[in-house]
Structures are given as C-alpha cells and as structure tokens.
Design a protein around this ligand. Structure first.
Ligand code: DGJ
Length: 778
C-alpha cells in the first residue's frame, strides 16, 4: 500500500516499509527500507541521516537555499552527476546544450493501476503502482521513477523511464533501473559467478570503501554473473538478521554496482549495462528500463529467499503455470546425443515409461543435416532418415505409449552449412566488411530485424502445429559478437536484440499457452527473470553430476524457486566429471527442482534400476511440495554437509535432503534440523527406506559368507543383482521445536563398524531424504 502525506511517501507491504521524502529544494531523499514501521505524523526526522558537513570542506552544495546539503553526504532516491554527488549514479545523459549536466527536481506523483511496459516483461498482478515525475525544467527532460508493490511477497519492483520533451536530441549513455542508498551495516555482498557447466557459485565478501561491480557483456544475462545479488549485515545467518536481495527482469547485458563511500553510505544500483549503450531520443520519445526487483527480510537469508521465490512463482512466470505441476521428462541428450532414430527413441520411451517418465523431449538433431553441431541449425525440415514418420508419426507413437512429446529448438542461431544461411546470409549478426567470429560453428541471427523475428515465429509455430507437441526446450548456445546496426545507432543493438527476442517469446507463448516452454542456454547462460516471464522453467546446467549440481542448485536457490530449476538424473560416472555418485544422491538432488531423466535406463545396473523405481515413486508422492513448497537451506556445522528443506504450505509435511561430501571416520555431524515447523506440534521423522548394494561392502562380504569370495568375482556380481543388504532405520517422534532449535541426532555414520540398522552407511557423496510428517494424533 502506498501512503503519502505532504512530502513523505511510505510504501508498505505485509512485512516491510520503504520511505522517502521530497526535500525543500525538490531532491528526493531516501529514508528507510526495512521491517514494517509506523511513522508518527509522517515525520521522517528520526529516520533521516544527519550529515556532518563541516564548513571549508570541498563538498559541493546543490543550491544556496540548501547550504547544509551536499548530495554526496545523504541517501538519495535518485541521483545524477555534476551537482555534487561523486558516487556512481544510475543515469548519464547528454545533449548539445547542457553537455552532461542535468538537474532533476521533483515535479509530481501519481498512484495508479499497474501498467505493463512496452516490449519488456512486466511482473503481473501488482497491488499498486506509484510513479514519481522528476523534471529538468531547463533541459525539458523528465525522469519517471516507477514502483510496483507486491504486498504479500514483500517485493518492490522499480524502473526508470526517461522522456525527452525537448527539441534537442537526447543521448542516454547510462540508464539503470533504480538506485538505493543504505546506511552501511558492515554489509557483506554475495554474488553468483560461474561459467558453462559451473554456474551460480556463491561468492561473499565484506564491503569496503570503493565500488564493486558485476556485469555481463556477452549479450545475455550470462553464467559469468547472474543479475541476482544479495547484501546482508555481517552477523546475519540463514534464519536471522537483515538481508536485502536484488534481481533484474532482463536477459541482456547487465550491470550491478555497489559502492561504499566515505560517509558510510552504500549505493546499490543495477540495470542495463552501459557498455556500448547509447540511445537517442527525439522530441516526445521515451526510453523504458527493465524492472528490477528489491526485497528485504530480517529473517536472514532464508527470509529474503522466500520473498524472491514467492514473487517469481506468483508474479513472474506466466500465470497459467503458477502452481501447475511439471511433468517428469526423459530428455534424450545425454542418452543418445545426435545418434538416434525413431526405434531408439521408442525403446527409450518404453523404458522411460516404466521408470515413471511422463514426456519424452527430443533434443538436438531432429532436423535438416543436423547429425553433428556443424550443420543444419536454422532449418526446420524433419530428418526423415532418423524419423521416417516425421514428428507427427513419432508423437503419435509416444502418445500411444502414454507419453507426451517435447521438442528442442535453437531458433536464434544458424550454421553456415544450413539452408537458412544459404538463403539469407545477410540475416546473421556481422559487422560490415568483417568476418564474423563463430562459436560452436554457429552465428547468431540478427533478431533486431523484423523479418528474422517473423521467420522464427513462423517456423516454430508451424512445427508446433505439425504434431501433438506439449513441451518445448528453447536452447541458445553462444555469446554475441560482431554487433552491427542497420537503421539505428550501434549503441542500441544489444538492447534491440533482447526486445526482438521478447517479441518472439511473447508471440509464441501467447499462441501456444498450453505448451510448457523450458528455457536453456547451454544450461544456465541465460537464467534470469526476463526469460522466466515467458518460460516457467529453465535447464539449470549441463553439469548433471550429483555433487557439482548441489553447488549449482544451492546458488540458484538464493534467487529462484525450485519450480523454475530443471534438474535431471543422469548416469554415473557423470559425463562431465567422470565422478561416480550413488543413484540416491542423483535423485535426491534432482528432486529439489523439476526432476527429469537424461540417461539410458537399460544401462543402469540392477541395483540402480531398483532404487530408481522406488525413488521416482517418492518424488511423485511429494512432487507438489518439491516444486512449490517453501524452501530453506539448513545450517550445517561443517562444509562437508549440505542440507535442504522443503515445507508444505500447511506445515504438515517437510522433506529434508541431507547430502554428504566426503565420508570421515567418526564423523561429527548427524543432525536433522529444520526451519518453520509448528513449534508445539509433534512430528514423525523417518528416512526414505534404504537398500544397500552388496558390492558397496567390498571384501567385507566375506564376514557373512561361509567360504571366501572374491568381491569382484562372478558370485558377488550375480548376488548383487538379486540381493540387497537392507538399510538403516532412523525413526523418531519429536516436537517441532526440537527440530527447529538444534535438531535431532541421527544414528552414527559407518566408521569401521558392523552393518546393522543403527548405522548410516553414507559413503562418499552419499545422500539421504528424510520425511517429516505432522503426527495427526497430536
Ligand atoms: C546445450 C544444452 O544445454 C543441452 O542440454 C543440449 O540441448 C545441447 N545444447 C544440444 O545441442
């Protein structure tokens, strides 16, 4: 809810307040962003930073009317350079008369029914919109500050619009989406850095005086730095303390700047990267920046995380997918790569159906001359050698087997060796008179061109109409290079590409509202809220290794809900790292997301097959909670463990994934702790039933055999196919407050001990799933 009184503005959500006011010379001063508060007569004096401005300093004052107010020393809601603020600012403009010097003062405000942006994704169903209008009277330029309020999720989305009302052309050299000035509380900054198949590594550092920035210049949001970041007071933990988190609803080049100045003020700002950015506005034209997302919680990292998760599920992903259960897919990529045909796919489908898959996704290689990554991209004609009955034939056969059908596309690029390139060599992004640089043997199509956008819309939609197709995987496998320009300024290219992409995605998802679109960019090279505004889930990483994925998914969980994270069980050793991880681990990790498969089931050993049948049942039983429950990362007492929790909305059911890295003798930690259970209710705790593989015990098998057997010999091999060893039983009934505060202590891990049901045989990279259910006899 937005409340105003005279010059003071107060935005309240269920749990937070955001306050600013207009001062006597028309600057907008930021006062507060934190837990919900009341203001006595809207007097913000108590909240206001009282700068210590000694005479004779070199500070520059905004005006004679305000000699005590240097823009450098106060928290501002919006700032600009050359009038005394020497910090980084969200805006840099230029015109022929004033050069770089602009001076914006408050003009008016309005509250209104939220309106979507033109061409950029806008979070839907906001409660309210507040718009402040700032004007440079002399230059005739207006800045609009927009605030969308999401009360239940405790999120404010902000953007900036620049309007040129002057006869003079206006250059926008930098236009970020917001600025937030906070008083420093020994903040630590967490960013998410990575690369292909190693996305979302969390990096945390203490802010010191100076400016820190992350950015992408690859043309896309990129795996190098995700646009999400988080600031927390130093003492904040997973469940306690003040945490701010931020994201951007944009898929192109972005910049995030965090600056701590000598006055202990922290400036936070983010938006489109000003790298090669120069937008020209003529009289009457406006430029809209993408929405950024801001949230706060005093309930630690988990509190801020939940706000972001709820917001994304309820207001970013297309409404028809809110809380809609996602299917278990079998994707043929790691199972066959390019080497498939209809009969191989049908055999895979038959097995997949047995193991609980509901939809087969046919990945790269179904069209044109695409038998490897050197040809065919850009074409849409079905490869009849591989699929003699076409997509329609395959789809029919799959449906007959009880499976739905999904199809891979990579519409934004072409191979040089493709019919599309031969017919339209001028459609790729290339700079005049220069040879464009390839990546994975492909070039980007120039999506700033309307006819290219139409070519993609037409071909994808015709393909989707040609057979019963319920799922699309939309891939994009290279970074941008050789940017060009046609009838517009080169400084507009990167942004115009993204606008072209959004037009295509918007048209196609409107045309096929029931098709589930999954984004992908070699995994997480474009995992952002812009893409999620059209596609409700994204393939999170090409690394499907059971341990590596824990790190990757933990990074995603900071900003993105589990329903958006596509995660597949693959074979072991993993194709990416050649590391072997137990089948339980691969399942337990993929369950905390949208679980699918990416393997040949007939190449799993008998033990893995048996466990897979059991574990897919478990996943399906709890699928709704895994996809849409409240997620918490749990405290661990050493880096050797990782614990994830999902909790049903009614708090009756809680699932804890307990992951171990390296097994140690007399391991210290065996604790199940939780967050958010009903404190005064009893819960039953149990581990998902286990069965150990005889082969895991090596030579120890001789302890139970009457004669010596070779642990690698035929007898153990045969035995292991039919016999398992049973597993630990860890069952308890405890009050929620025991689990929430400190937790319960599990049976010991195997430490040269004998096997019985009081010993947890975790092994390296082991994992358990604990089911915690409200005891209905409470
Ligand atoms: C990259 C994706 O991340 C993979 O899952 C797969 O679809 C390949 N592209 C296909 O080329």
């Amino acid at each position: 809810m937005v409340k105003t009184q005279e010059n003071v503005f107060l935005i309240n959500t269920d749990n937070l307040s955001y306050v600013f006011h207009v001062d006597k010379i028309g600057l907008i001063l930021h006062d507060y962003f934190g837990n919900k508060i009341d203001l006595v007569d809207f007097d913000v004096h108590a909240l206001r930073v009282k700068p210590n401005v000694g005479k004779g300093t070199s500070s520059v004052y905004d005006s004679e009317k305000s000699p005590d107010l240097s823009m450098d020393a106060i928290p501002l809601e919006f700032s600009f350079p050359h009038k005394g603020d020497y910090r980084t600012t969200p805006i840099l403009l230029k015109n022929e008369k004033f050069g770089y010097v602009f001076d914006f003062k408050f003009e008016k405000f309005e509250t209104r029914e939220p309106k979507p942006l033109e061409g950029l994704p806008t979070p839907h169903d906001a409660n309210e919109e507040l718009v402040l209008f700032l004007k440079d009277e002399k230059a005739n330029v207006v800045i609009e500050l927009h605030y969308l309020v999401f009360e239940k999720e405790n999120v404010i989305a902000r953007n900036v619009v620049v309007v040129n009302e002057s006869e003079l052309e206006l250059s926008i050299l930098k236009a970020l989406s917001y600025q937030l000035d906070l008083v420093n509380k020994e903040f630590e900054l967490t960013t998410l850095a990575g690369s292909w198949a190693s996305e979302m590594n969390q990096q945390t550092q203490l802010l010191v005086e100076g400016k820190y920035s992350i950015e992408s210049r690859t043309g896309f949001s990129s795996a190098r730095f995700n646009p999400f970041f988080m600031l927390k007071e130093r003492k904040a933990t997973l469940n306690y303390g003040e945490v701010y988190s931020f994201n951007l609803i944009y898929s192109g080049n972005h910049l995030e700047e965090i600056e701590l100045n000598h006055n202990s003020l922290v400036r936070v700002e983010a938006g489109i990267n000003p790298f090669c950015f120069d937008i020209k506005l003529q009289k009457g034209e406006k430029f809209e920046t993408p929405y950024a997302v801001l949230t706060y919680s005093d309930k630690g990292i988990n509190g801020a995380r939940l706000n972001m998760h709820h917001f994304t599920n309820n207001h970013v992903i297309p409404s028809q997918w809110n809380n809609t259960i996602r299917p278990v897919v079998i994707n043929n990529w790691e199972a066959t790569y390019f080497n498939f045909n209809e009969s191989k796919l049908l055999a895979l489908a038959k097995d997949a159906k047995k193991f609980g898959a509901e939809l087969l996704v046919l990945d790269d290689g179904w069209f044109g001359a695409r038998n490897h990554d050197r040809a065919g991209l850009g074409d849409y004609s079905v490869n009849k050698k591989k699929l003699p009955g076409g997509l329609k034939g395959l789809s029919k056969k799959l449906h007959k087997k009880g499976l739905k059908f999904g199809l891979w596309f990579e519409p934004e690029s072409v191979n040089e060796d493709s019919d599309c390139f031969r017919a339209h060599p001028d459609w790729i992004i290339k700079c005049v008179d220069r040879k464009p640089s390839p990546s994975r043997n492909q070039f980007h199509l120039d999506l700033t061109k309307r006819e290219v956008q139409d070519y993609i819309i037409e071909n994808v939609s015709n393909t989707l109409k040609s057979a019963e197709i319920e799922f699309v995987k939309w891939d994009m496998n290279r970074n941008m290079s050789d940017i060009t320009f046609n009838d517009f300024e080169p400084g507009e290219f990167y942004h115009r590409y993204i606008l072209g992409l959004y037009r295509i995605l918007s048209e196609l998802t409107k045309m096929f509202p029931n098709v589930l679109f999954e984004g992908c960019a070699s995994g997480g090279n474009r995992f952002d809220l812009g893409i999620l505004s059209y596609f409700p889930q994204i393939w999170a990483s090409d690394d499907t290794d059971g341990l590596a994925r824990q790190v990757i998914q933990s990074g995603y969980y900071l900003g993105y809900p589990l329903s958006t994270i596509s995660a597949h069980v693959s074979s072991s050793p993993s194709h990416q790292l050649l590391r072997s991880t137990p089948i339980d681990t691969r399942f337990n990790v993929a369950m905390f997301g949208v679980l699918g498969f990416e393997l040949l089931f007939n190449e799993l050993n008998k033990y893995e097959q048996k466990r897979s049948l059991k574990l897919i049942e478990v996943y399906k039983k709890y699928r709704e909670i895994f996809q849409f429950g409240d997620f918490y990362e749990l405290e661990t007492y050493s880096d050797n463990y990782r614990k994830w929790e999902v909790l049903s909305k009614d708090k009756k059911l809680c699932l804890v994934g307990y992951h171990l890295t390296i097994q140690k003798l007399l391991a210290p930690e065996g604790i199940i702790n939780t967050t958010g259970l009903l404190e005064d209710k009893k819960y039953k705790v149990g581990v998902v039933e286990l069965d150990h593989n005889i082969k895991d015990f090596g030579g120890l098998v001789n302890i139970i055999t009457p004669f010596h057997v070779n642990p690698n010999g035929w007898l153990v091999n045969v035995l292991s196919k039919y016999k398992t060893m049973g597993g630990e039983k860890d069952n308890y009934t405890v009050y929620g407050n025991v689990l929430n505060n400190g937790g319960l202590i599990l049976n010991p891990e195997w430490s040269a001990s004998g096997l019985n049901d009081g010993v947890r045989v975790m092994k390296d990279f082991g994992s358990r799933l604990y089911v915690i259910e409200l005891d209905e006899t409470n």
